[in-house]
Design a protein around this ligand. Structure first.
Ligand SMILES: Nc1ncnc2c1ncn2[C@@H]1O[C@H](COP(=O)(O)OP(=O)(O)OP(=O)(O)O)[C@@H](O)[C@H]1O
Ligand SMILES: [Mg+2]
Length: 367
């Protein structure tokens, strides 16, 4: 069931432009239907031209069964938009199954996707169905698709084209009806050129590509997002914090936000924690200190992600896990961060640091 706290209910019914106007009307926070404050998990906030254009595209493609490829830097909302596509689709009452290709070791990914029969490999004690079968009739969200090993890419292409596959250890062909939405923060075309990603799969996935703009290219959204996050965290922490000082807002508008909406959200959460009264107390200085720290000219998405993760690791003294570790700050699971670090070659950077600082080494390994 769709509900009014998501973008979906009205947008599905009223078409592309109607609902974005509605989003505008949602300010400060009542929902269209209930008039009550809502801070729904799936709510998409934004009124910039860039985000409106993305929302229009989502409205158009969601009701079809086409494969969608969502590209964008880390924290731009790829998962949130993938969920919106499912909720706006005819499959909304069936499962939305997610698989993060970066979080699962390459060797296990095939059985995660396609399932396996008992005894298919050492340790396969029971039969198990894979994500494609779980998503039958619904949507499969393949996150971090750029991390899928080449041999599996061929098998994925076959399911996308024919909707058929075999479980590991089985000769019986299974047929499914699954809509695939894929996402990546890597430059897939560059990976194709470097023969790390199959061109045929790339073309098959990019039937309908959606590019999520980085937050620095849609600064108009910052005040609205900040207000919405402020209300969300204040409510969650049972505090009254509702006033963002003009200089903090100016600093927020000028900052580059390499971690995009996720970083903004974490910044506001941090501020709400330390605020002692209705005035939001995160010092604007924090943003100035970081501003310009990440030159972006000529950078690829991967470079920007690497630089951002490195910066957060430095800030947390290379502590990855725990409440105050880098993973928590980035808003991702520790295992996801570790796999991103491996992929981006950040471990070797850690090794360099280890040589220079034993203290950091301990912090890093004990995390
Ligand atoms: N337009 C938006 N409105 C409200 N919240 C948003 C918006 N965009 C992103 N967020 C929030 O920011 C956080 C990061 O979004 P999400 O996980 O979808 O990013 P992502 O692009 O998948 O990042 P990554 O590449 O690191 O996985 C989430 O908590 C999400 O709810
Ligand atoms: Mg994501």
């Amino acid at each position: 069931m769709l509900n009014a706290s998501t973008i979906t209910a009205d947008s599905a019914l009223s078409g592309a432009t109607g609902w974005i106007d509605k989003r505008h009307d949602l300010r400060p926070f009542p929902t269209a239907r209930t008039g009550q404050p809502e801070h729904g998990q799936h709510e998409i906030v934004g009124s910039s031209r860039a985000i409106r254009s993305v929302l229009d595209q989502i409205n158009v493609v969601a009701p079809t069964d086409s494969t969608v490829l969502i590209q964008g830097e880390t924290g731009t909302g790829k998962e949130l938009f993938a969920q919106a596509i499912h909720r706006l689709s005819r499959r909304q009452n069936s499962a939305l199954v997610t698989l993060n290709c970066a979080a699962i070791p390459g060797g296990l990914l095939e059985s995660e996707l396609f399932g396996h029969e008992r005894g298919a490999f050492t340790g396969a004690m029971t039969q198990r169905i894979g994500r494609f079968e779980m998503a039958n009739g619904g949507t499969l969200f393949l996150d971090e698709i750029g991390d899928m090993p080449l041999d599996l890419q061929a098998k994925l292409l076959r399911v996308l084209q024919e909707q058929t596959f075999e479980r590991l250890g089985s000769t019986r062909t299974s047929r499914v009806n699954v809509r695939v939405v894929a996402a990546t923060n890597r430059d897939l075309w560059r990976m194709v050129e470097q023969k790390e990603f199959r061109a045929d799969l790339f073309y098959r996935l990019s039937v309908f590509p959606i590019s999520l703009p980085p937050l620095r290219d849609r600064a108009d959204d910052i005040p609205l997002l900040a207000q919405r996050f402020l209300a969300k965290f204040a409510e969650r922490m049972n505090k009254v914090v509702n006033d963002i000082p003009a200089e903090t807002m100016d600093a927020m508008l000028a900052y580059e936000w390499p971690g995009n909406v996720r970083e903004l959200q974490n910044f506001i959460e941090h501020g709400v924690i330390v605020s002692r009264g209705p005035v939001f107390e995160m010092p604007a200085v924090q943003l100035q200190r970081q501003r310009g720290g990440l030159p972006r000219e000529g950078k690829t998405l991967e470079d920007a992600t690497r630089a951002h993760i490195l910066q957060v690791l430095n800030d947390t003294k290379w502590v990855v896990g725990g409440k105050y570790g880098a993973a928590a700050r980035l808003g991702i699971a520790r295992t996801t961060l570790l796999s991103k670090m491996r992929r981006l070659g950040i471990e070797s950077a850690a090794d360099d640091l280890r040589e220079r600082s034993t203290g950091r080494h301990q912090a890093f390994t004990s995390a």
